[in-house]
Design a protein around this ligand. Sequence first.
Ligand SMILES: Nc1ncnc2c1ncn2[C@@H]1O[C@H](COP(=O)(O)OP(=O)(O)O)[C@@H](O)[C@H]1O
Ligand SMILES: [Mg+2]
Length: 586
Amino acid sequence: MMKEGVIIKITGPVVSAEKMKGSKMYELVRVGNEQLVGEIIRLEGDVATIQVYEETGGVVPGEPVLRTGMPLSIELGPGLLGKIYDGIQRPLELIKIQTGDYIERGGDVPAIERDVKWEFVPTVKKGERVNPGDVVGTVPETKTITHRVLVPPGTAGKLIEIVPKGKYTIVDTIAKIETDGGIKDVQMLQKWPVRIARPYVKKLDPVLPLTTGQRIIDTLFPIAKGGTAAIPGPFGSGKTVMQQSLAKWADADIIVYIGCGERGNEMTDVLREFPELEDPTTGEPLMKRTILIANTSNMPVAARDASVYTGMTIAEYYRDMGYDVALMADSTSRWAEAMREISGRLEEMPGEEGYPAYLASRLADFYERSGRVIVNGKEKAIGSISVIGAVSPPGGDFSEPVTQNTLRIVKVFWALDADLANKRHFPAINWLQSYSLYSDQVKDWWHEEVGTEWEKMRNEAMNLLQKESELEEIVQLVGPDALPESDQIILEGAKIIREDFLMQNAFHKVDAYCPSKKQYEMMRIMLKFNELSLKKVKEGIPAEMIKAMPIRDRLARMSTIPDAEYQKHFEEIEKDMESQFKRIGE
Ligand SMILES: Nc1ncnc2c1ncn2[C@@H]1O[C@H](COP(=O)(O)OP(=O)(O)O)[C@@H](O)[C@H]1O
Ligand SMILES: [Mg+2]
């Protein structure tokens, strides 16, 4: 029997109810006559304070609150891929995001279809002993993703029944396990409380890069599989474009994209584009590896909080199957603002700039759910969750609490810069401010898989850019012509790196994604130009003459040479460059 409380007060998304003694923190409740979805966030005596994930307009004191006895949980199983959900995992349709008319309040649509039959192939035999995380069978969820049906966390014992290969729905019982606590039916459908991190065996060092096809990221400020990164930047600096580029091109098996508190049309852009784009590694439509959580600016504010946990739990579920998952949240600032609003309604003691004192720990707990781990199960598979959070500091001021607290947690900082964006240097990642703490850890991968000079080249490029910024101060004072010839060459070398390597057009068919090897070769040839230039200048060739070399144009066009042909072209460009340098000054 569900117990009932009574509403005594409604303030926006926060509702208080009495006669709630015995309920638990974070218990899921249904609020009012329309049974809106809410979660208990404070308990005092028999009064519960509830954050409601749906519009509370029209709800009045005296209406009932139903207790469910369960924490806010989501559904996990085959059928998640390609779906679009709101913050509490109700399926959304593209058209409804566009019109802003989402879902009926109090609606109870199942997150995953109950009537679809999946081809289940058992991988264990009757009589075997199974433990949490063991694979009992597989389902081809998409062409490239095999869904592994796992023994749920907390369940262990003898397998006393397993269905034969065949077609089953997610609610059919596919196995029975005799546990110490009795016989447990296993279905493909599982539930998990979103606020609790799913267990794993052990965290591993993040030694593999999550390649993204974005040159400034992969080459200068790499993120690792299982790593964390933040993209702070003012309005219009390119956070969303970058998040979407990562969602498109990162070499993860699964993408979870959380649109949190941002405009709805940005989500619809994703939805229009993704089904048409191909995954560069599998050739499949990108949407098939993607799950979108849409909690746009005009949806109820409390649901932003739920949306990040919902997204993370889905990410963990696929990680537990041994997949590499990348999760993007755009923007974590809107989530923090939701925390601030709810905290204000609760009349909690405000911390910095009105954010609750627990802002830092909430952010830390969220990012802590990332990582490359050995998952449960006898296969000892490895899975990972990489987390990339956009941060939108008001006015682009990075000293504000959300940016500062995030930077204390994440290991990669891609600082977006309004000046660069205004100059239309995209991605507007400031190369002097940004950093990655993974470059040391991923260098072996680069050296083994791509080229042995990666670290050396990376340092050289960073040095050039650093020297450029020092020289620029002098140029401001005395003008460029007063610089020694060799310094003019350094400026030229840095300019090539900036304009022809770091700049990358997210909307260009070829340039949007740059394979690792192509990045490496571009960098190598550009640095070689710089090296040959310095040599010539030492031999007395004027910098002016070097800057006017026709090869400069060819370097500038390297990024747009299609992936299939670039190797051949680059060889030619390199030869041409060498012969131009040989002839110069003759
Ligand atoms: N990599 C890029 N290539 C080309 N244009 C870009 C790129 N990044 C950003 N832009 C331009 O900047 C605009 C604003 O970017 P957006 O991601 O919406 O900013 P934010 O989310 O930070 O407010 C985009 O509409 C686009 O015109
Ligand atoms: Mg944006």
